[in-house]
Design a binder for this molecule. Structure first.
Ligand code: F6P
Length: 504
């Protein structure tokens, strides 16, 4: 089933020897390096209409970036020459594109409909809908009071125990969808190994009404197992040994370890080796989210992810939002030498989205060796950071406005607050235009010419959240294809885990 992407052999200098890469280098040097964004706008009052991409409920406005028609043409040529269209098809076909782990990469199958026929013959894919149905009936039974604590009381508090993708996804999404929380249910999370999160939570929780969701693909991760064992001790001290069977549910691929912990078989929800930790929110790792927001909202998030998948598969390169977002990232990273990128949501409910993207992008793209084992020939993943917008304005934005560093920004903007929108647009405008030619003291001078994207949506619904997450997942993939790296392994983190286990 392998296609042109799966079989590709990278040349020694890849991607620097691609014709489009070379043309982009000269285009940068001869044309764009000295262009001011203010000038690009003043020469073209249709810039906004010409430099945006729409998909579903999202609009990516990249008019405030150093892009003209030639840049866009060369960037999309780069995507084509790097084999992005074939790579997209290889992923959806279930090819083993995670080469170093010899695995398919099929988080897209978790949100597909059967009729989409996404890699149905890959082992595990046909079980996706069965697990989803089991999750649905578990969630409904908890909400309907059929599944209760060991003393017969209904669950009011859901505690997610996990780390990395088994924590950041549920935490980010639960916060983002706060207005969808069902009455009488609260969400909490425990991730760090020092134990203090659980100590603090224990002050406010009642063991009789608390359900712990242990999320761990491997069920061996030191932090998660330490916290799970501490929670287990807390429950058995307050209730009894039998209570473990009522108060612990798990999302994992490790049956044996779940046996050892005492998770009963109908309280286990599996997933597959083709779901990477940082791409796992769509799987049983989303169980605590589903318990807090309900199955309708959870399924709406899956539907949003699927909408972005369909767009990603079907849209031409220049109209393809994840592809364009990735290419703009490459443009600033590899040609303008930006070392970092900031993600600033002007929507407080997305305050953990930058942290979520830090793992997604930096664990995926933090590589210096290509898929074929040769050294990467260009810089790969940028440092990702950020904060909810207004907080950022009053902490680190000064550096972005007048500092010596060059930091491209993604603003995320909803229509829900006029004031927040006005602030966001004002920041983007100030960064782009600066102070102009006024005769003012040097310390007041703001040169402007600092680029940003605005990703706009009307309201942060579960569907929109699904689209946003899938947008960035695919962006990461496209960048990795162009650089020739494996975006789905994390050998550096694995080494840290191994050494901690030895010393622990
Ligand atoms: O941090 C590395 C990592 O492997 C992540 O990719 C993953 O999300 C996390 O550890 C947790 O792993 P697990 O779900 O197996 O506990």
């Amino acid at each position: 089933m392998a296609n042109a992407y799966t079989n590709r052999k990278l040349s020694a200098r890849y991607p620097l020897d691609l014709d489009a890469w070379k043309k982009l280098s000269s285009h940068y040097r001869d044309v764009m390096r000295d262009k001011h964004l203010r000038g690009l706008f003043s020469r073209d009052n249709k810039r906004f209409e010409r430099f945006n991409v729409a998909s579903g409920d999202l609009l990516l406005d990249y008019s405030r970036t150093h892009v003209n028609a030639t840049t866009r043409k060369l960037l999309t040529q780069l995507a084509k020459q790097a084999g992005v269209p074939a790579a997209i098809e290889a992923m959806f076909a279930g090819d083993r594109i995670n080469k170093t782990e010899d695995r398919s990469v099929l988080h897209v199958a978790l949100r597909a409909k059967i009729a989409d026929t996404v890699a149905l013959e890959t082992p595990g894919v046909s079980e996706v809908w069965e697990v989803l149905t089991r999750i649905e009936s578990f969630v409904d039974d908890v909400h309907g009071g059929k599944i209760k604590g060991s003393t017969g009381k209904r669950f009011t508090d859901i505690v997610n125990i996990g780390i990395g993708g088994s924590d950041l996804g549920p935490v980010m999404a639960c916060r983002a969808l706060r207005s969808y929380w069902l009455d009488g249910v609260r969400f909490h999370s425990v991730s760090n190994v020092d134990g203090t999160q659980l100590v603090d939570l224990a002050q406010e929780l009642d063991a009789e009404t608390t359900l712990f969701v242990i999320c761990s693909k491997t069920f061996t991760t030191l932090e998660t197992m330490t916290n799970a064992n501490a929670a287990r001790a807390w429950v058995t001290e307050r209730l009894d040994e039998l209570a473990v069977q009522y108060h612990f549910v798990a999302a994992s691929t490790n049956q044996e370890a779940m046996d050892d912990f005492g998770i009963r078989s109908d309280f286990r929800f599996g997933f597959w080796d083709w779901v990477g930790g940082r791409y796992s929110l769509w799987s049983a790792v989303g169980l605590s989210l589903a318990l807090v927001v309900g199955m309708d909202a959870f399924k709406a998030m899956l539907a949003g992810g699927r909408r972005m998948d369909l767009h990603f598969r079907q849209a031409a390169m220049e109209e393809n939002m994840p592809v364009m977002l990735a290419l703009l990232g490459i443009w600033y990273n590899n040609f303008f030498a930006a070392q970092s990128q900031a993600i600033l949501p002007y929507d407080n409910r997305l305050d953990r989205f930058p942290a979520y993207l830090q793992q997604l992008q930096m664990e995926s793209s933090g590589k210096s060796v290509r898929m074929d084992g040769k050294p990467a020939r260009c810089d790969t993943g940028m440092i990702i950071w950020g904060e909810a917008g207004n907080n950022a304005q009053h902490s680190f934005m000064q550096l972005m406005h007048q500092g010596t560093r060059f930091v491209p920004i993604d603003f995320l903007l909803s229509d829900s607050s006029d004031l927040a929108a006005a602030n966001c647009r004002a920041q983007a405008e100030a960064l782009m235009s600066g102070t102009g030619d006024e005769d003012i003291e040097p310390y007041r001078v703001h040169d402007g010419n600092r680029p940003s994207n605005i990703i706009h949506y009307a309201e942060l619904t579960p569907d929109v959240l699904g689209q946003l997450i899938a947008l960035y997942e695919h962006r990461v993939f496209v960048e990795g294809v162009v650089w020739g790296i494996d975006s789905f392994d994390q050998w550096g983190v694995e080494l840290g885990k191994k050494l901690a286990a030895r010393q622990g």
